[in-house]
Design a protein around this ligand. Structure first.
Ligand SMILES: *[C@@H]1O[C@H](CO)[C@@H](O)[C@H](O)[C@H]1NC(C)=O
Ligand SMILES: *[C@@H]1O[C@H](CO)[C@@H](O)[C@H](O)[C@H]1NC(C)=O
Ligand SMILES: *[C@@H]1O[C@H](CO)[C@@H](O)[C@H](O)[C@H]1NC(C)=O
Ligand SMILES: *[C@@H]1O[C@H](CO)[C@@H](O)[C@H](O)[C@H]1NC(C)=O
Ligand SMILES: [Zn+2]
Length: 532
């Protein structure tokens, strides 16, 4: 392979990488470790027959199609807003409970389904399987949404669920009421069609995910732990199908996030006896704190690209690109590990990635100064100054390392550092050909959308599923939401929306997933991973 060819390919890879920058919710492809082999995403389990144990087809009549949309719209109209941890709309959460009973009468009356409220507003469903020896799985979603103001420039009011050009607009249409309603609607239809699952499963709906999930998800975990329940896998929100976002790929890429970043919120404070501004001390609380904060901004944590879960990202991407034939390489022109090493070690490449906020978030633990408070009067030296810093922890770092770094970078004992909240990055879930959950999600997706490329990924935001890490070693964050360029900004932003077709696709996804999960074990693959 010539040097020129190599450079050309590196440039193309870079273009693809940077074109993903627009995505705020999801970061790119990832793998567990730097490997000398490529996972062949085109072969393996996609080529072998899967025995279907159940085959109920998704044919619904026009009334049911109408009902499916009406149910979804009503869910959007209920203002289940989490303003802050202490300020949830509890009357909306109660309203949502009665709405669920009304929308899914079969789910709530079926003898196969046990339902309970947890922490007053969260829900836990247990759908019993006919073969108790099969380990259950868990589907997660959350009921609450972030605020949306009627005065913001939405094309249609944010709690109206009104339609425009085939899209339903409203807060929660993507995050996270479409997966939530999709899974319950799928269960409702399946039960109506006489379905009994073989493998039992749970559905957990948290009510305060947007404000950390400490009441909802944590209490659901407590209930499940007390019962000794463990899960074969867990599926929650987190990443999506990117369509036209990865430039250079002909088709869409579904990213199944196998981990998420950790987080630390720190309070920095400086105290001093008060004094008059006519006889100021050489340094003030504000000056000391300001330079501490500046030192943190000037010294980002070192880049870890190639050391964390994204280390295999280029390998996967490279393979994907080859699979999609969009770069027209001959079959003998695979990206080799040595080319990737060149990429990893290429300071220029990394600098380009660092310059863009989104790719930067992939490369390192990020540091964001979010609040700064000091002073009460213009002629009084502030006796107290405080600032808050939020760090999102890269998978190759720990919370402890991050704290040590902040302490040594500030290097000033007058600045007190308190942890407001913090947790380590989440473990990386398996995605090889023996990973049941990953393969089932992938298989289901390909049943619906055969041309999509499925790859593992990293979620740079956090989800309720992080509270469940003791209950399963296989947690995936994904829903088949189709994102075009600009759609990521709608989440927590204005004009959040979903197409009617996409919502129905979500119902079909869960309808198919529940049935697919009835298989006892994965089919064996002929050629799984091969050396190049
Ligand atoms: C980062 O990349 C995205 C996508 O290419 C782009 O829209 C955005 O403007 C970039 N940000 C900066 C600061 O260059
Ligand atoms: C599933 O459906 C396909 C096509 O409709 C059919 O050929 C197959 O026999 C069915 N399998 C089962 C287990 O019902
Ligand atoms: C809270 O929910 C109730 C009931 O759904 C609704 O009437 C009310 O407008 C909501 N309040 C806010 C501030 O959104
Ligand atoms: C549930 O509601 C009861 C009665 O209003 C209250 O005492 C209790 O603290 C609530 N529990 C949670 C976890 O919010
Ligand atoms: Zn969410």
């Amino acid at each position: 392979m010539t040097d020129t060819g190599r450079k050309l390919r590196i440039v193309k890879m870079l273009k693809i990488l940077l074109s993903c920058g627009a995505l705020t919710l999801v970061a790119l492809l990832t793998a567990a470790s730097l490997r000398t082999t490529f996972m062949d995403v085109s072969a393996g389990l996609e080529r072998v027959p899967w025995d279907k144990t159940c085959n109920i087809s998704f044919d619904i009549d026009p009334d049911q199609r109408q009902q499916l949309l009406e149910n979804f719209k009503e869910a959007i109209r209920i203002r289940t807003v989490s303003f802050s941890r202490a300020d949830l709309n509890t009357s909306a959460l109660r309203h949502f409970d009665s709405f669920l009973h009304k929308a899914f009468p079969t789910v709530f009356s079926s003898s196969q389904v046990k339902h309970e409220l947890v922490a007053n507003y969260s829900h836990l469903f247990w759908v019993q399987g006919s073969r108790p020896e099969l380990e259950p799985y868990l589907l997660l979603a959350h009921i609450d949404v972030v605020p949306a103001s009627e005065s913001d420039a939405w094309d249609l009011p944010p709690f109206s669920a009104e339609e425009k050009d085939g899209f339903i607009y409203g807060r929660g249409t993507v995050d996270d009421k479409s997966p939530l309603m999709g899974m319950l609607q799928a269960l409702e239809f399946l039960l109506l069609k006489g379905y009994t699952p073989q493998r039992g499963f749970y559905i957990g709906l948290g009510h305060d995910e947007e404000v950390m999930g400490n009441d909802g998800a944590l209490n659901i975990v407590r209930v499940l732990k007390a019962r000794g329940v463990k899960f074969l896998f867990i599926l929650d929100e987190g990443s999506v199908i990117m369509d036209g976002i990865l430039q250079g790929l002909d088709g869409a890429a579904a990213i199944i996030a196998t981990t998420e970043k950790g987080s630390a919120s720190l309070k920095l404070s400086v105290s001093m006896p008060p004094s008059h501004s006519s006889m100021p001390p050489r340094e003030t609380t504000i000056g000391i704190l300001a330079s501490a904060v500046k030192r943190l901004e000037d010294n980002p944590m070192k880049r870890l690209f190639g050391q964390g879960p994204e280390s295999g990202m280029l390998e996967h991407l490279a393979h994907t690109v080859k699979t999609m034939k969009c770069l027209n390489y001959g079959s003998d022109l695979h990206f080799t590990t040595s080319v990737l090493r060149v990429l990893f070690s290429n300071a220029l490449v990394i600098r380009v990635m660092e310059r863009n906020e989104t790719t930067n978030a992939l490369v390192r633990t990020t540091t964001a100064v979010t609040m700064f408070n000091a002073g009460v009067k213009h002629n009084v030296i502030a006796s107290y100054a405080e600032a808050f810093v939020n760090l999102r922890i890269h998978s190759a770092h720990s919370l402890k390392e991050v704290l040590e770094f902040v302490e040594s970078t500030i290097g000033d004992p007058r600045v007190k550092i308190d942890i407001v909240e913090g947790f380590d990055p989440l473990p990386i879930s398996p995605y090889d050909e023996t990973a049941f959950g990953y393969q089932l999600i992938k298989k289901t997706l390909l049943d619906l959308y055969p041309s999509v490329t499925v790859v593992p990924g990293l979620c740079i935001a956090n989800t309720d599923s992080r509270h469940f890490k003791d209950l399963s070693g296989a947690i995936y964050r994904f829903a088949p939401l189709w994102f075009k360029p600009g759609d990521a900004q709608r989440i927590h932003g204005i004009n959040e929306r979903i197409s009617k077709e996409n919502y129905e696709g979500l119902v079909r996804f869960f309808f198919t997933l529940l049935q697919n999960c009835d298989i006892k074990k994965l089919p064996a693959s002929h050629s799984s991973v091969h050396e190049l």
